[in-house]
Ligand binder design. Structure first.
Ligand SMILES: NC(=O)c1ccc[n+]([C@@H]2O[C@H](COP(=O)([O-])OP(=O)(O)OC[C@H]3O[C@@H](n4cnc5c(N)ncnc54)[C@H](OP(=O)(O)O)[C@@H]3O)[C@@H](O)[C@H]2O)c1
Length: 206
């Protein structure tokens, strides 16, 4: 599918490469279209580059990779198409949001034409690049209000190599955002280390 990516940083380039390897048609967008083209060319994976507006024009689904503190303001300045899928992987570290509230709900309110699905926020970019740890695939929980958008993003989660886990409506996004906060605390404060990821163990293999 055609995927536009907003931003050219670590998560953006990691997912761009994974999706290009899975035969998706990816365009990396940037605030600086020249940087978008340069970063895309450097990935050397058949990925196009340009401005953030080019990524929106290109994508059936658009991935939002802005810093958490810039995401709501950032999307409100962009013009999405009606019904466009907006995959939100932002995290709330350092932000003061009330319990139950989430960046995802705020992003949905700031980009009301889109169908927001929260995904990819619970895994570090290095784990994402190589998501099988020992023999277990890292978990890829996602949530959103639109069932079709959720199904499509579930496919993109699987195509990135993660174990897709449908976590329900967008009101659940605060849980995914807190799961990421737990991972950050374990990895960087409690000595667990960053080369780790959450997995969901099932009694029966599916
Ligand atoms: N790093 C991780 O392992 C990880 C894991 C899960 C979730 N996340 C979340 O994913 C998001 C991206 O993380 P990252 O580590 O990939 O960050 P990053 O490397 O800093 O990339 C963020 C990109 O967003 C764009 N950007 C920066 N400031 C902006 C602004 N003020 N307005 C609009 N765009 C801006 C930049 O692209 P241009 O300069 O090209 O516009 C930049 O490359 C964050 O919300 C983070 O919490 C990160």
């Amino acid at each position: 599918m055609r995927i536009g990516i907003l931003g050219t940083g670590r998560m953006a380039t990691t997912l761009a490469r994974l999706w290009a390897n899975a035969e998706h048609d990816v365009l990396l967008g940037s605030r600086d279209p020249g940087r978008g083209r340069t970063v895309a060319a450097d990935l050397d994976a058949g990925i196009q580059g340009g401005a953030n507006d080019d990524a929106i024009a290109h994508g059936d689904a658009v991935l939002l990779t802005f810093p958490g503190g810039e995401a709501v303001r950032g999307v409100s300045g962009l013009r999405f198409r009606e019904g466009q899928i907006l995959v939100d992987l932002t995290n709330r570290a350092g932000l003061d949001l009330p319990a139950g509230d989430s960046l995802a709900l705020r992003i949905q309110a700031a980009a009301p034409r889109t169908r927001v699905v929260k995904a990819f926020n619970t895994i570090h970019f290095r784990s994402l690049a190589d998501p099988v740890h020992a023999t277990v695939r890292a978990a890829g929980p996602y949530c959103g209000d639109d069932a079709e958008a959720r199904r499509i993003v579930g496919g993109l989660v699987a195509d990135a190599g993660l174990d897709p886990i449908d976590a329900g409506p967008l009101a659940q996004a605060y849980l995914l955002e807190h799961l990421a906060l737990l991972w950050i605390d374990l990895a960087f404060t409690r000595g667990v280390g960053a080369d780790t990821a959450f997995a969901l163990l099932r009694r029966e293999s599916t």
